[in-house]
Ligand binder design. Structure first.
Ligand SMILES: *Cc1c(COP(=O)(O)O)cnc(C)c1O
Length: 429
């Protein structure tokens, strides 16, 4: 079968047909065939306020009737100005400048280019990055280069993506006293490569696409100290963890750490449109100022500061205050913790909860084959990957809806299919 629509990460010869969505409201996806599913993963973690939220819809409609987009060169628009101000207001004080772009990956690329040009402008050329094993920072070339080197992206694109430096995955120990030797290894790498490192990049607290591995705020504090000691910049990629997902507005709030560059995406535009923001500290920004045009940051995507996207983002931000979003995330965290913390069956190697992220990790990806179909029969949209069955629901999910999701996740792990699946081998992607 030859197909016109080419799908992501999919072997097109065997990929099943997509389930056509006819409508979506709140936490529900309504399929063209009439089925209704709770979206327990917020459409790749972006639809944080649920589908068709009246406040966001209203803002988007008003903006469309005025204008959707103007170029951000010579021409300005109020939503972009207001969003930049709002983002500066809700992030730590050193972050004072906002550069918009069109996706999480471009936001990360922008941060990486800013880091490289920052050092270039100081006549200290440094062009490499340190990242962590297990990391995922997006699919474009520079982003791939800082993603886990054992993931398929690296081997297939060797020669295109630059070779970076990888530290071991951040330690999972809850209260990392950091005697585990891990930090010493990070420090040794920093010492060895300080002369060439533009920045260290990390997804703070939870490596989401890396399998939902979680590390302590203390680890981030120590990493901040180390990057200062070895004079390299620190980039936090909060494309997934930002906007309440880990329980605070940003993961960095829990560590009390401010990076030099912060990347936001996904929840920024609530699943309505593609946009991202890269926030820079005063120091980084100052590294580009001057009378010499050549010091200016060399980047400018067509759709940066898109008025419609920025208006949507502003409406989404207003809901954190007006509808008490972080309180809801706290409620979700409690409920997930109650339902998952004592869950033990053979084949489950662990459960983890952080904010509105709930994870069941199993010993073999084969165990999760069939989980998606099982969940669909129970009215839940889940998408297990590799060895994890997880939920990252819209924050408006009600306790009974959340219960249905967790009950379904646990239920799958108690089926005969789950129990018998060991060793079947094939990875679920
Ligand atoms: C999704 C994601 C990206 C990439 O964002 P896109 O919008 O898909 O380009 C980058 N970093 C993290 C941590 C992500 O979760």
């Amino acid at each position: 079968m030859s197909r016109k629509l080419w799908l992501p990460y999919a072997q097109m010869a065997t990929a099943p047909a997509l389930l056509s969505v006819a409508n979506a409201q709140g936490v529900y996806l309504e399929l063209a065939d009439g089925r209704r599913l709770i979206d327990s993963i917020s459409s790749w973690w972006s639809v944080i306020h649920g589908y068709a939220h009246p406040v966001i819809n209203q803002a988007a409609k008003e903006q469309i009737d005025q204008f959707a987009h103007v170029m951000m060169c010579g021409l300005g628009n109020d939503p972009a100005e207001a969003l930049a101000e709002a983002l500066v207001r809700i992030t730590p004080d050193p972050l004072q400048h906002v550069f918009f772009s069109d996706s999480g990956s471009t936001g990360v690329e922008v941060a990486m280019k800013m880091a490289v040009q920052y050092w270039f402008n100081q006549d200290q050329p440094k062009t490499r990055f340190m990242a962590f094993r297990g990391a995922y920072h997006g699919d474009t070339t520079a982003c791939m280069s800082v993603g886990d080197p054992d993931e398929g992206m690296h081997s297939r694109f060797r020669g295109l993506a630059p070779q970076q430096i990888f530290a071991p995955m951040p330690p999972e120990c809850g209260d990392c006293d950091l005697n585990c030797g891990h930090l010493a290894e990070v420090e040794a790498l920093l010492a060895q490569h300080a002369h060439e490192l533009a920045a260290v990049i990390i997804e703070p607290l939870v490596q989401c696409a890396g399998g939902f591995k979680m590390h302590s705020p203390a680890f981030l504090q120590r990493l901040r100290e180390l990057t200062e000691r070895y004079q390299t910049l620190l980039i936090f990629d909060e494309v997934a963890t930002g906007f309440g997902r880990t329980g605070t507005m940003f993961a960095l709030d829990q560590a009390g750490v401010c990076p030099d560059l912060l990347v936001l995406g996904k929840g920024l535009t609530c699943g309505y449109s593609a946009h991202a923001a890269t926030l820079a500290s005063r120091t980084v920004y100052a590294g580009f100022e001057g009378t010499d045009g050549g010091r200016a940051f060399m980047h400018g995507p067509t759709f940066m500061g898109n008025a419609l996207a920025c208006r949507i983002a502003l409406a989404g931000l207003s809901l954190f205050a007006d509808e008490g979003r972080l309180t809801e995330v706290g409620r979700i965290e409690n409920q997930l913790t109650r339902s998952l913390s004592d869950f033990q069956v053979e084949g489950v190697v662990g459960t983890r909860v952080k904010g509105a992220i709930g994870v069941i990790e199993v010993d073999d990806p084969a165990r999760l084959q069939g989980a998606q179909a099982y969940a669909m029969e129970r009215g839940v949209w889940l998408r297990p990957f590799d060895r994890v069955l997880y939920t990252m629901p819209p924050y408006i999910i009600t306790p009974p809806q959340m219960e249905r999701v967790v009950h379904t996740m646990r239920g799958w792990c108690e089926t005969e299919q789950f129990k018998r699946a060991v060793g079947a081998g094939a990875a679920v992607t």
